[in-house]
Design a protein around this ligand. Structure first.
Ligand code: HEC
Length: 87
């Protein structure tokens, strides 16, 4: 298990990043840019898991945040598998 953030400032920085990832889950669905169900499901996973990450950060639960983060990365992989073009 990685170390927990040292101080309140570090926890706050982490919370900002988790909140931005949650926003990304909304932005991915905005303005009719969602092409299909794979995309929509992945964006939903991203929103839900990043919300759990944020909650754990608010509780200063480093281990819980890391577990939720791992679950969140499934959303990245699920969407990339279908929609990200390989070079
Ligand atoms: C709903 C779909 C979707 C989700 C969810 C998603 N991505 Fe992506 N991502 C894409 C697409 C589509 C591309 C390819 C864009 C392109 O063709 O240039 C991409 C590309 C990327 C790239 C490469 C950018 C580059 O310049 O090559 C990174 C890094 C990345 N995503 C990170 C993430 C991370 C981290 C997450 C999860 C927190 C995530 N993505 C979740 C759709 C998604």
């Amino acid at each position: 298990m990685k170390e927990a953030p040292d101080d309140d400032k570090a926890w706050e920085a982490l919370a900002t990043k988790a909140a931005l990832l949650n926003e990304a889950g909304h932005i991915l669905m905005a303005d009719g840019r969602c092409p299909d169900g794979d995309w929509a499901d992945a964006a939903k996973t991203l929103r839900e898991c990043s919300a759990v990450v944020l909650k754990k950060i608010d509780q200063k639960d480093a281990e819980g945040a890391q577990i939720a983060f791992q679950a969140m990365t499934k959303a990245c992989a699920a969407c990339h598998k279908v929609h990200r073009k390989q070079d």
